[in-house]
Design a protein around this ligand. Structure first.
Ligand code: ADP
Ligand code: MG
Length: 224
């Protein structure tokens, strides 16, 4: 049949291809970086070295993000307390938040919500979403993180920021590979989030108003 692919199929093909390419690039990159560092140590007067190194680091960031899309390495699903996962992620980001004058406001429903998940992958989703929120607020402000019971046996985690927002016409493009509005962005964060949340049978949605902020809602099925 002619090439009719679902968006999800496209994503998984792109993901596999990208991870494969990233894997091939990674090893020579590590070697080159090592030599540039060595060279820099021995010839400290050479200005271009810093440029070289920072460009190499950029390739490194992109390849490691692509690699994390990679072949599903035997996903270990475990029962986890969602609140704990969120709290750990917030802890990880708290030094950066402090530096950027950003406060995390936590509004967690009292009940404990348990889900079945790959903990590290879910933490990566929360990290990506929170990093985007922080990057949207260069002058600081509040990010409100809410955890509550939703409909149909789901729990809902929402992240509301007070950042620059996203123009309405661009909302449908979120999660497309390499779609970024940032000078130093990779446009891979949300694509990875979408993929992980889908693997966990959940959903992720964006609502945004320019110059007011963005609301990200993640829904995940609860377990007993
Ligand atoms: P990156 O952060 O590397 O640009 P992402 O996939 O994480 O890639 O995000 C894609 C784009 O979506 C960002 O460049 C930004 O324009 C937009 N975006 C995502 N989250 C937010 C947010 N909370 N506030 C404003 N813009 C956002
Ligand atoms: Mg990002």
């Amino acid at each position: 049949a002619e090439g009719f692919l679902l968006q999800s199929e496209k994503l998984s093909i792109v993901g596999e291809l990208a991870a494969g390419v990233a894997h091939e690039i990674r090893n020579p990159l590590t070697t080159i970086k090592g030599f540039v560092q060595l060279y820099k140590a021995e010839n400290s007067s050479i200005v271009y070295n810093d440029l070289l190194l920072s460009e190499l680091e950029r390739i490194e960031t992109i390849t490691s993000e692509l690699l994390s899309l990679g072949k599903p390495q035997a996903v270990q699903l475990n029962r986890a307390n969602l609140r704990e996962l969120i709290e750990k992620t917030l802890e990880l980001l708290s030094p950066e938040a402090l530096m950027k004058d950003i406060q995390f406001i936590q509004k967690f429903e009292e009940a404990a919500f348990f889900i079945t998940c790959e903990k590290n992958q879910l933490k990566q989703v929360f990290l990506n979403v929170l990093k985007n929120a922080m990057e949207a607020m260069p002058d600081g402000g509040e990010i409100t993180i809410e955890l509550r019971k939703g409909a149909e046996g789901n729990c809902v985690i929402s992240f509301q920021d007070q950042g620059c927002g996203i123009p309405e016409e661009l909302l449908p493009r979120l999660g497309e590979p390499f779609y970024t509005l940032k000078e130093k962005g990779t446009g891979l964060g949300l694509m990875i989030c979408k993929k992980i949340i889908k693997q966990h049978h959940g959903s992720i949605t964006y609502q945004s108003k320019e110059k007011e902020g963005t609301l990200v809602e993640i829904k995940l099925p609860m377990v007993k």
